[in-house]
Design a protein around this ligand. Structure first.
Ligand code: GLP
Length: 243
């Protein structure tokens, strides 16, 4: 794993945008795996700026999001469909038919998961996957568990994740208990992965991911086995790495 420690959130976002922009320039019809959460907001801002300056063109890009809550109404402001639209999709020219987010309201959730993996394969696989990291080491919504879940699946959210994500909702009771998430195999099949981490509350998870045992109790640790991962973290998230 390549580790880039940068000064702050702004530098992390800019560096990540450079990785994505170079992917789009090298392969305009690339497939991007995208993440939500507060961490990649700055990355999307930078990409929108680059697009507006005419530096990159998303016309031929296909995007697959990592995850979505189960059971939030389709246009719920905290749903990842709204997140992606507001932070990124409405500002750039990714063809609406090429924007994919798991449907957390599908009548048959298992069939939705299977169809999602199939759609990724049919698109040629993910060229570059963006990841954040949960305080408990989760990637996407792959929560600490006794085994790695391979494919896209329905997951019961961890108590820590529910508490962390409560800040986006009016009350903790509003946070969905389930989500659909790309699985570890789906993520690991991406040709290139960039993982972003900012803030001291991520320091422990970042340490575990980089130097801990490879274990499903810290899902991000599986990335140690991927041949092409770049971790971009700010000084705060790297606190435990500097000894
Ligand atoms: C969320 C998302 C993850 C994200 C993580 C960290 O619940 N499902 O994809 O990486 O938690 O979120 P944040 O960036 O807000 O700290």
């Amino acid at each position: 794993m390549e580790l880039l420690i940068v000064n702050d959130y702004a530098a992390m976002s800019y560096k990540a945008a450079q990785f994505l922009a170079s992917q789009v320039i090298l392969k305009p019809e690339c497939v991007m795996g995208l993440a939500t959460g507060s961490t990649p907001e700055g990355l999307y801002k930078e990409l929108v700026k680059m697009y507006q300056m005419g530096l990159i063109d998303f016309e031929k890009v296909t995007a697959f999001n990592l995850d979505e809550y189960v059971g939030l109404e389709a246009e719920h402001p905290q749903g990842y469909k709204s997140y992606m639209y507001n932070h990124f999709f409405k500002h750039v020219n990714i063809d609406p038919t090429n924007r994919h987010i798991p449907d957390g309201n599908a009548a048959q959730l298992d069939a939705e998961c299977e169809a999602y993996d199939y759609a990724i394969k049919r698109a040629g696989g993910i060229d570059i996957q963006v990841l954040g990291i949960g305080r408990n080491g989760h990637i996407g919504f792959n929560e600490p568990d006794l085994k790695f879940e391979a494919e896209t699946h329905v997951v019961a959210l961890d108590e820590k994740t529910i508490r962390d994500n409560a800040r986006f909702f009016s009350a903790i009771e509003q946070v969905p208990r389930y989500a659909i998430s790309m699985g570890v195999k789906t993520i690991m099949q991406a040709r290139k992965i960039i993982l972003l981490a900012s803030g001291k509350e991520k320091a422990e998870a970042v340490y575990g991911m980089l130097y801990g045992d490879i274990t499903p109790t810290c899902p991000a640790s599986v990335l140690q086995l991927h041949p092409n991962v770049t971790v971009i973290c700010d000084f705060q998230a790297a606190t435990l790495l500097k000894k």
